[in-house]
Write a protein that binds this ligand. Sequence first.
Ligand code: NBP
Length: 484
Amino acid sequence: MTENSKLAEIGVVGLAVMGSNLARNFAHKGHTVAVYNRSFSKTQALMDNHGSEGTFIPSETIEEFVASLEKPRRAIIMVQAGPATDAVINQLADAMEEGDIIIDGGNSLYTDTIRREKEIAERGLNFVGAGISGGEEGALNGPAIMPGGPAKSWEALGPLLESIAANVDGTPCVTHIGPDGAGHFVKMVHNGIEYADMQVIGEAYQLLRYGAGMTPAEISETFKTWNEGDLDSYLIEITAEVLSQVDAETGKPLIDVIVDAAGQKGTGRWTVKAALDLGIPVTGIGEAVFARALSGASAQRAATVGNLPSGELTTLESLGVDKATFVEDVRRALYASKLVAYAQGFDEIKAGSAEYNWGVDPRDLATIWRGGCIIRAKFLNRIREAYDTNPDVESLLLDPYFKGELEGLVDSWRRVVIAATQIGQPIPVFASSLSYYDSLRAERLPAALIQGQRDFFGAHTYKRVDKEGTFHTLWSGDRTEIEA
Ligand code: NBP
């Protein structure tokens, strides 16, 4: 850095896919951006390939990088989550001064963020865990950003983040989510919802392909049509793109040459683990995570494919199901299952917010997820309206708009689950979401029997429907009931 050069308003540490694109996004918006990467080659590559796109201040050491930032210094870390993030936080904290702000923009686990904020606050610095969604393209052109951390950091960061975030109808897709780990928590659940959303689209594809016998090109056209209605979303849009792609090498649809084992980096699994701890059923997300795990269980699949009895299967034709009706039923089943997954995800956010006293406003999420992020969808406008109407609605499914939608979906949903079972096609999220829905509706659940069993083997007691108190039956005695 020369003596005369301007100091940077923002710095980015970690210049792999996400960091380099985020740095370019800041530069495109007219900010001077300090950049640093552990291996200088990535910094050099950014300067060589994109240095002319704006004002960058590259550094070879973290000390130089910190010195190139205006005060209060603001540095966004975009490195691998886990120990790499801890290492960089410590290096920055050693070089920074009181009042400076360290922002972790990686996919960190929210409990790590809570710990890190405490540690950094003790050193007189501010720490902000910010979930950033949108992948490479979002980082470059406008992501959805979910910052947590102290409210006073938001004052210093807000305008900068608003300038690079996606924007929908004049509203930037970023807002202060809540204290400490709130931002990373909601980003985690966002990713969990993304897993479920992708899986329900996958299940619809599976049924149209192997149930209705449609080609990938035909299904691509179907998804394009679906993208013009209630399901209008980024994921439906890219699904149509993927399905229309032809492999240059073989001339086959690309989908047919891609190995059917889905990868995962962990945020879906974290969402389910957190939900288990909070006692919130996120069955759609859970089944989606398990479906990916099953798809990757190659040895087990090699041993079981064609080697387990199917029972008597039939075809849609033999069932007398008209193809056009089936396609529309599948669309509705997808929509209903997606509704359940979002309702469950928002339940988890509500529970997490209550557990940690974050005060997360679900309307904020429905607002900022409308653009930039992977689950961006028209449908989120409806979710925002639902929480506008009643912020305390017990389940999104009870919102009058969604309830009305379900009215028109549920018959199709049941038909699809029945038909899929009869033709032997797997639909873990469609089916489990319908069971969840029916569980919510059920007047009596078998939980009464479970309480009876628990009392039988472990004297765990039960409550009665007709009077107050806690009771136990003397199962191994005379089977009279006593008050516990
Ligand atoms: P990666 O997650 O692949 O991480 C690579 C970066 O981490 C490189 O800059 C590397 O430096 C740096 N790094 C590592 Br690894 N260990 C380090 C250490 N001990 N000290 C300093 N730097 C270290 O990068 P990414 O895919 O750009 O993602 C960045 C973050 O954003 C991650 O937390 C990721 O989960 C999150 N995220 C990614 C996406 C996405 O679509 N990729 C989307 C949303 C969020 P080096 O060059 O010296 O090895």
